[in-house]
Design a protein around this ligand. Structure first.
Ligand code: ADP
Ligand code: MG
Length: 567
């Protein structure tokens, strides 16, 4: 093992690295840094995510660029704007104190004229997304005739995202004698094709498979029913008190809706995906980095390569379609020597994928149980008790009020005070989890029953036998024998069927299966509710506020309504 100094980096850079807490180079840095500094050759480098690839190319770039010339000498292409910004920030930190070195990031979605202005001032290193760079090249705002180095970071992801043509176009306009350094977490055939076309006998450097899996990540999975994914996610979040987590969904739509549900449920969460504007994405990333957000819900593409410190948990609402993505996801935690946990929610049918991942990335998964409502509450309460014990009471400002407080509480016993205090803090949570169902699916496959048999027996027994509708939707769409209720909330209140269902069940603390068909209208809706749950619903909702409107809910009587359309 060599130190950064021994790898050939100048004292100024080594000093910056020390300040950043980089003591020893990572394995990929050990290999690439001396090679890139000494040899004027092309490079094909492969190392798992989180292994320090930015410094593996960034430090040599800074060493090799001539800061006294203002021409653009190095180009770093990366797939997303977040990565561009992150790489730029890393390079700026590495090069603190290097006089006249300018590093500019250009990416889509931000003002192109600002970027043109920054480029005009002269940038030796340009970090870019392919699309925006092409725009800038067309406008002659970036001049790469003197380019010496072209770096393709996250090359596999750039290909996945369809940037191959753009990369070709860009590379065609660069001088032939430049060097191309390609960095990738995987080496699929297309990468080799690109390499053979646009690179000149590249050196191949990779870190061996043993270094691949990050031993600091604990991999876990839980088996849940399809329709309980979200509920299970919430329990995991609730159970892990100090969670700072990243939740992965497969689609942009899921990402958005899970984030919205979490926000509605009172979590400090937000979404990151490609349908958001640049400004929105920046804002979300900023608050996540500052820990102002506790839970970020993201798509694979948007979160690729993101480096945020101290993420405690990566949660997979669904497993990714491609096994490789699992590594990219879980690699967001346990960065820079820290510990982290990756928890995947799978259905019985998907459980085999866990085996596949175990084989392909050589890690061992541990099966966990989704904590019960009781366990979650117990943990929260004990945590509060712990905080109560540890709290710093030295603040003078409060001291003067204490006698009055003591006076007010003097006829309560210690136990009563504790109980009241806990209730005050956890009323909502305890209510929510009271009688909450077990979300774990049975171990054995034989025990896995089709969804239509999993409902509460009492309400659904009527159409159970028919067995003609599996899946989640049936509970809102199949005929049933519930009591029909009118509620003065509808689409105009921003509700959809799911949200209305959630609202009614959460407030009245009844199970979702107590509700049958929902007809959602503009300013009102109808719900079919299991007779024995009707009282609770009326009592817990009537007269209460929903976003500034007073809820009115009543039994619809015998009045005949036209049957809903489409059935
Ligand atoms: P990759 O691009 O391979 O996914 P990054 O370059 O984003 O990885 O680095 C991952 C994390 O490790 C970053 O937080 C980075 O600051 C840190 N890091 C990189 N190299 C070192 C090192 N030599 N010592 C300590 N931390 C490092
Ligand atoms: Mg990277």
């Amino acid at each position: 093992m060599q130190t950064f100094e021994q790898l050939g980096l100048s004292a100024a850079l080594v000093k910056n690295l020390t300040q950043m807490g980089f003591v020893m180079p990572t394995p990929i840095q050990q290999k690439t840094i001396p090679f890139l500094i000494k040899e004027q050759k092309d490079l094909l480098a492969m190392a798992q995510t989180g292994t320090g690839k930015t410094a593996a190319f960034g430090l040599p770039l800074i060493e090799l660029c001539d800061a006294q010339s203002s021409s653009t000498q190095a180009l770093v292409l990366a797939p997303t704007r977040e990565l561009c910004v992150q790489i730029m920030n890393d390079l700026v930190k590495f090069s603190q104190g290097v006089k006249n070195l300018n590093i500019v990031a250009v990416y889509g979605g931000a003002s192109i004229s600002d970027q043109i202005r920054q480029l005009k001032r002269g940038a030796q290193i340009v970090v870019a997304t392919p699309g925006r760079l092409m725009d800038l090249m067309e406008r002659k705002a970036v001049n790469i005739v003197n380019l010496k180095f072209a770096v393709l970071d996250e090359a596999d992801e750039m290909l996945n995202m369809g940037f191959e043509e753009d990369i070709k176009t860009i590379l065609k306009d660069t001088p032939a004698e430049k060097n191309v350094w390609l960095f990738s977490a995987t080496m699929p055939a297309e990468i080799r094709r690109i390499a053979s076309k646009y690179m000149n006998k590249p050196m191949e450097l990779s870190v061996s498979k043993e270094n691949f899996s990050n031993v600091n990540i604990t991999h876990q999975f839980a088996v849940v029913a399809e329709r309980e994914r979200y509920a299970a996610l919430k329990r995991i979040i609730d159970y892990n008190l100090d969670i700072f987590g990243l939740v992965f969904c497969r689609t942009k739509a899921d990402t958005q809706s899970v984030a919205e549900k979490l926000i509605q449920d009172g979590y400090n969460a937000d979404a990151l995906h490609g349908d958001l504007s640049q400004q929105q994405r920046d804002k979300v990333m900023r608050s996540f980095r500052n820990k102002a957000l506790q839970i970020l819900v993201a798509t694979d593409v948007a979160a690729r390569g993101i480096d945020v410190d101290n993420i405690t948990h990566v949660l997979h609402l669904n497993l990714p379609d491609e096994m490789e993505f699992y590594t990219h996801r879980s690699g967001r935690t346990a960065r820079a020597g820290k510990l982290g946990t990756s928890i995947a929610l799978v259905t019985m049918k998907e459980a085999f994928k866990i085996k596949q991942i175990e084989k392909s990335i050589q890690v061992k998964f541990e099966r966990i149980k989704i904590p019960s409502g009781e366990e979650v509450c117990e943990r929260k309460v004990l945590h509060l008790v712990h905080r109560l014990r540890e709290v710093d009471t030295a603040d003078d400002a409060l001291q003067s009020m204490i006698p009055a407080v003591v006076e007010e509480l003097k006829d309560l016993s210690k136990e009563e005070i504790i109980t009241r205090f806990a209730y005050l803090e956890f009323n909502h949570l305890l209510d929510y989890y009271r009688g909450a169902p077990d979300l774990n699916q049975a171990e054995k496959r034989e025990d896995f029953r089709p969804k239509r048999f999993e409902r509460e027996d009492n309400f659904r027994s009527g159409d159970r036998e028919r067995g003609d509708r599996g899946g989640d939707r049936s509970r809102h769409e199949s005929a049933s024998t519930g009591t029909k209720l009118f509620i003065n909330l509808g689409k105009a209140d921003g509700l959809d069927k799911g949200k209305l269902l959630g609202l009614v069940c959460d407030r009245s603390r009844i199970k979702k299966y107590s509700i049958g068909r929902i007809e959602l209208k503009g300013v009102y809706s109808f719900l079919e509710v299991e007779p024995k749950a009707v009282d609770a619903v009326l009592k817990q909702l009537n007269g209460f506020d929903f976003k500034g409107r007073m809820i009115r809910i009543e039994v619809q009587g015998t009045e005949k309504r036209p049957a809903p359309r489409g059935r």
